[in-house]
Design a protein around this ligand. Structure first.
Ligand SMILES: [Zn+2]
Length: 364
């Protein structure tokens, strides 16, 4: 994958200690610089704009051509979407990307097919985690600590996670299958909807949303938000930029459904409630909780996204350390993102996998 090679990253493992010391020195310097900057305010105007657009209805000529029944269906779907959107938007603070300066050069909004990313040399972390590992740039079949999830436990073939994650998932899956309650008379059938995801895969998602080829809650974000900075704020509600997704680590899994509406159904709500009460004891914590519940910033609440407690913290610390050094690159709109903001608001905008506080993990 790309011109990035593992050999290049780990050619001097004997220099690890020196590298870590140099890295620490640079981080201390950056932290001092970052502390000088004013805090980033949240944006509510954008949420109102999207809601108003959803309420203002469709083109009347188009509506004339559809039947009454279709019209009712459309209105019903639209009402559900609007309600859901309002529900999701109420409690979510976002970084004000509009505050960032506009890049000077002309941007090319066409998605490139191959991503070339040159990584800095300081790229090894304790536990042997490399920068390429946390960015989803290491081919998964080269990861000795990864395992391919058997087809019957995943919704598509060839999905990877860390082997430790898989072992704990099996315990969770078995416990879920054996649940018998009034709401869940047949137990819960758990399968992994998303485990490891590569940089390229995340790029396809991100670029699709940015260019409008992938709709978000039925909305073409490129049309709804011509200003790329506003558009990025919308995408960030549910998607991480390539290189910054927790799905690159192999520690995180999506369960039940990635459609927020599923969790509003009786079955979805009951299954989620069971996971919330039982998954932590079986090795998994919800990462994107309500804002205010263990975190103050980051992506919107995701009831499907779970992190492996044992391995999640180490990868989070490694990712936040590495990514603070790197200008995001290789995808649409990357030039609008600042590494410090992305790390502070998103990489660290999570409920920590082990449940520890940021300070205890020595992240500042
Ligand atoms: Zn996820």
């Amino acid at each position: 994958m790309s011109d990035l090679s593992e050999q290049q990253l780990s050619k001097n493992p004997q220099d690890d200690l020196l590298q870590e010391r140099l890295l620490q020195e640079r981080i201390t310097k950056w932290q001092a610089q970052e502390r000088q900057k004013p805090p980033v305010p949240n944006s509510k105007a954008l949420n109102r704009k999207l809601t108003n657009q959803a309420k203002s209805g469709s083109n009347p000529q188009e509506l004339n051509q559809i039947t009454k029944k279709q019209m009712e269906m459309f209105l019903k779907q639209d009402r559900i979407r609007t309600e859901l959107r309002e529900k999701l938007q109420n409690k979510t603070p976002f970084p004000k990307l509009s505050k960032l300066s506009k890049p000077k050069e002309q941007r090319n909004e066409k998605a490139g097919s191959t991503t070339k990313i040159v990584l800095p040399e300081l790229s090894m972390f304790s536990g042997g985690i490399t920068l390429a590992n946390v960015m989803g740039l290491t081919p998964p079949d080269q990861r000795k600590d990864f395992i391919v999830i058997p087809r019957e436990f995943a919704n598509k073939p060839g999905m990877y996670v860390l082997e430790e994650v898989y072992q704990d998932f099996l315990k969770l899956k078995e416990a879920a299958a054996n649940v018998r309650t009034a709401e869940l008379p047949h137990g819960i059938r758990l399968e992994i909807l998303s485990g490891y995801r590569s940089f390229e895969r995340q790029k396809a998602i991100w670029d699709g949303k940015f260019s409008g080829t992938i709709l978000v809650q039925g909305v073409n974000l490129k049309e709804a938000f011509p200003d790329p900075r506003e558009r990025i704020e919308e995408i960030l509600k549910f998607s991480a930029p390539p290189g910054l997704s927790r799905h690159h680590y192999g520690t995180d899994i999506d369960l039940l459904s990635t459609d927020p509406e599923y969790f509003l159904t009786e079955k979805g709500a009951a299954e989620y409630q069971w996971l919330k009460e039982n998954a932590p004891a079986l090795g998994f914590n919800q990462t994107y909780t309500e804002i205010g519940d263990g975190r103050e910033t980051g992506h919107s609440k995701e009831d499907w996204h779970w992190t492996h407690k044992k391995t999640g913290d180490l990868y989070t610390v490694a990712a936040s350390t590495f990514l603070r050094q790197i200008q995001p690159t290789g995808f649409l709109g990357a030039e609008y993102l600042s590494p410090a903001q992305m790390v502070d608001n998103f990489v660290l905008g999570i409920k920590f996998p082990s449940g520890e506080k940021k300070e205890k993990l020595q992240i500042f």
